[in-house]
Write a protein that binds this ligand. Sequence first.
Ligand SMILES: [Zn+2]
Length: 1033
Amino acid sequence: MDLFDSNTAERANLPRNMIENSMFEEEPDVVDLAKDSNTFPTFPTLDPDEVAYEPRSSRLLVRGLGENDMDDDEEDCESSARLLGMSFMNRSSSHRSSSSPYVRQSPPRSCSRPSARTMVVCVFLLVIVASLTMVLYFLPGCTFTKAGCPQPNKTTPLEPVYPNSTNGELFPWAELRLPHSIRPLSYDLTFTPDLDSMTFTGKAAIEMSVLHNTKRIVLHAANLNITKATFKLGSGQARDVTVLEYKPRQQIAVKFPEELKTDQQCVLTFEYNANLSHSYDGFYNSSYIDQYRKKRVLAATQFEPLSARKAFPCFDEPSFKATFLIKINRNQSYMSLSNMPKAKTTLLSSGLEQDEFEKTNVNMSTYLVAFIVANFTSVSSSASGTNVSVYSVPYKKEQTGFALDTASKLLQFYNKFFEIEYPLKKLDLVAIPDFLAGAMENWGLITFRETTLLLDNNSSSFEKQVVASVIAHEIAHQWFGNLVTMSWWNDLWLNEGFATYMEYMSLQEIMPSFDTGYLFLTVRFRALDKDALNSSHPVSTEVNTPEQIEEMFDSVSYEKGASILLMLNASLPEEQQFKKGIIRYLKSFSGLNTETVDLWNSLTQVSNPRKNISEMMSLWTSQKGFPLVTVSRKGDMVTFSQEPFLLTSDNTTKAPRQWNIPITFVNDSCSLAPACRQMFNLSKKSESLKVPESVKWLKLNYKNTGFYIVDYGQDGWSAIHDALSENINVLTAEDRASVIHNIFALSRLGRVPFVRVCQLLSFMPNETETAPVTEALLQLNSIYRLLDKRQESDLAARMKDYIQHQFGSLMESQTWEEEESLSKQELRSALISTACALNDEGYVAKAKSLFKNYTDSNFTSKIPGDLQQAVFTVAAQSDDGWQTLFTLYATTTNDAQKRKILKGLASTQDPHRIAWILKAGLSGDIIQTQELPLIINTVCNGFAGYLFAWDFIQVNWDRLIEKFPVGSFAIQTIVKSTTSQFSTQVHLDQVQAFFSSLKQRGSQMRSVQEALETIRLNKRWIENNLEAMRKLS
Ligand SMILES: [Zn+2]
């Protein structure tokens, strides 16, 4: 999946880190398990007297699993976590429900009416239970790994707790993860959507194999009204069965009086009906207004991560791969698409037509299944024997050419690069009018936002770059994710980190003019910024609840994942070693599921000389954060030391964190060419090496390919400052951007005063390259906005002067004509947007005149694509301009331009318009709700709207989480946008109070923890640096 805003939104002029973290890290077990949501509440309280309140007794509960009918090996260690949580929750719950859905199969209670004798007995029993608890606690516990599961202890008197099904019967399963006694082999699915009533009926026949003797089958289903279910064992007769449902975990089950035996095959068939979803997941309805102003409807799917279960009953976990045969019964005026090519169409007696798609020739995870019923049109071509098509609503057919060409090139590139042919006969790319993410990699049927797939003749090269990047990401997933899939969502980075890495890598090869190297550098900076927070998490981290799974879709999985892959590739001695390793990984695990260690093992196996990649890289995937490397020098001895880079203290980490860091460095005698790069592996806390005394300075982390930050100490920074002051070309542009990023990070850490940051930036007036300029602008702009929002108007004015002083001459040298080079467009866009945002009269006047020409020419004159945002934002500040843009918004068919217009509209400083646009974004009538995170982000950047937006999300929180799941990237963006510019205690208290009050409706999201941490950091930074800023010239 592409998160869209992570790749494509604001660049230098708008900070856009993504977010994370959980509120109560000191009690991780409680928090993990106590999470709740409307769609997926967790365990209700247990029957009070049945539960051991002592936390350690949780292990007792786990070990008690043996005496019931659960399968031997499948009650894996996850169960301990769940049950652990249940006991904790009960302990902490102030409202123990007397109507708990859990029913225990244990003796009746005692101690309810204490007499003296019963008291003695109770105390005695308690002593026995406590003693038993301690004995069991000190036995080797379940370690949550494959190897570490203890055998159930058959002697323990306690038994597991099963919830009640909706019909009152005991539900035969007590965990979030499904049992492994049954494996699905194939699904035969028929869907009949009714786009008038926005409902559908479905029939699902699931063929499965019994892996271990069991008396029940448990699978997922959500919001499906099952009307009939049958079961057929082997070649026997199908018979009706009762389906039990436990809604809080979106599970259904069928119980059998006799055990199903290992290796038996069986088929469960369900008939059901449901509403098409009104959010952006499951089988959902979408609509658009065509060129004749007529509303058109369609239905499409978005299943990742947990929504296939909303369209059909299924084993909805990524490791349950199976084949799929899909049939769609549709009205004759529509067409349908699915993962596979259409095999045949038949006319049904009902008058509907049935499209039957070929059975998948690959096993795939449920989250990759997709189908669409719409009236789309397409363009097609053939690439390496695969039929590639791009689908859109009919009147946008002309906008599909670039995507088709790019997808064909990328498919050929990846076929060759991975040395494995794309396994399906066709690859469709479809632009969906309502789509929340950037795109989704469904196998053979990739779905996109219109903005990330369609381009017209007026589209700029920047917009082409966006489209190419998203296509490159999604097609890379056809191997990384689809062919080889992570076993569970804890290793989502194996999908997303790789697809992100391949997106930059492939485009650098086949479309070098897009300069994706620059983009990749900037996302690495942002990943560092996020991972510096205590609220970050390891790349590979345990997840269980739906909210935790949603939260994995963040910049740690995507951008940090990609960054550590780049670091590894850059540190390997042999050029092709990384490529050989990933080919080996893909070939070894083709069609299967993997864990992080499988990747490292594949890379180790191809290393020559043999190097234990796993030893080095597991430190980067299992620990959150990254190292700060400090350089100190005495004569010819240089010492590198490492410590975690932590913006706030981390009281929860017991063991000191250390990494195995492949340090690279250059010095003043040779600093530009790759051959200048020297390597040093820092695996201890501190290590030294000799350098010639004549060396004046060292620059570590050549081109910032490593995931760490460097502090050169006062002397080291001075030497770099002197060298850059003399000649900025002593370092590559990437390295100049790297020192700028690092020194701002050290300032935020409190290690470097802001005045030293300004000293280093004294070379900026000579700077002309995009990466260092945009990095410096982004950092300075965010400080300007903090000051502005604190109403420190004098300091904000000084910061504005400082920015104009540093970049004034470079701003003046920019033209307003069409510019060919994408890199120069990036530079110009950042500079001119900043000048306009700072209300620099000359630039504002020029932007106004461009907009006037544009309206005078009835929107036929051209505004260069990279300048449109700045021009629309300026135009929206006047009444006439806003009205004109609003009219244009309704009529424009170029979706990238439409988004820029929307951002312009949302940048208004008129309170009534701000109120209107926030409301319109939420209601979805005039502005699609998918754009609400963008609207909120834009409103928050302005002075007039940021407090308003904060009020808005508090008032409308429940409606927001109806549209966007708790923990999702959209919610992460909204939380960050509305809180990241606060820097006072009052706002900190407000934010804390609001999110605490949400309880299960989002209080435990990582993004909330990140918000609080960010406000504290803003406050600290401002307090520490006010004086220095007053001295800015
Ligand atoms: Zn992705």
